[in-house]
Design a protein around this ligand. Sequence first.
Ligand SMILES: CC(C)(COP(=O)(O)OP(=O)(O)OC[C@H]1O[C@@H](n2cnc3c(N)ncnc32)[C@H](O)[C@@H]1OP(=O)(O)O)[C@@H](O)C(=O)NCCC(=O)NCCS
Length: 162
Amino acid sequence: MLTIRQAAFDDLGQITEIYNDAIEKTTATFDTEPKTPEEQESWFASHDARHPVLIAARDGLIVGWASLSKWSDRCAYSDTAEISLYIKEEYRGKGIGKELMKAIIQEGQRADLHTVIARIADGNDMSIELCKSFGFQQIGTMREVGKKFGKLLDVHIMQLIY
Ligand SMILES: CC(C)(COP(=O)(O)OP(=O)(O)OC[C@H]1O[C@@H](n2cnc3c(N)ncnc32)[C@H](O)[C@@H]1OP(=O)(O)O)[C@@H](O)C(=O)NCCC(=O)NCCS
């Protein structure tokens, strides 16, 4: 059975493990070096009631997390957030991403956000399809803005407006 709940500080170790694995193996994030516990603590502290971090757990094990982060510290952007969503490798393709996506979008709505933005590297079709199925529209592409694993990467911008 899958449980989705607000992340607690004690979950940070497992959240970091999932994220660092994605840093090492995927272009889903443009981070290239593993995050230290200290960096993750400050990332976690930058979230609040309007910018939640959710986790999905199965039998006590955290199998995925999602967050809404501030798009910018400039106040006029205060109703805009950026989504992140990571599922532990062995648990992908089993519907957990969909459940977390649904929950985090509901959180954004509850927090009275106006819009959520996703930045997705070209080739991550699963994320693009997942976002589209929740009403995100592709609004543009930034060409060759990243380089990872020796390859230049385009980034698609997708947007959900509540
Ligand atoms: C992308 C990710 C979050 C999706 O979560 P998931 O649990 O693996 O996905 P789900 O099983 O819930 O599938 C969700 C949707 O993805 C799409 N999808 C699934 N498999 C797919 C595939 N092989 N190709 C394209 N789309 C696919 C479908 O739209 C699916 O919905 P459906 O089953 O109703 O058709 C997860 O795979 C992941 O963590 N990947 C690595 C990190 C990442 O890319 N994060 C997103 C950064 S922007």
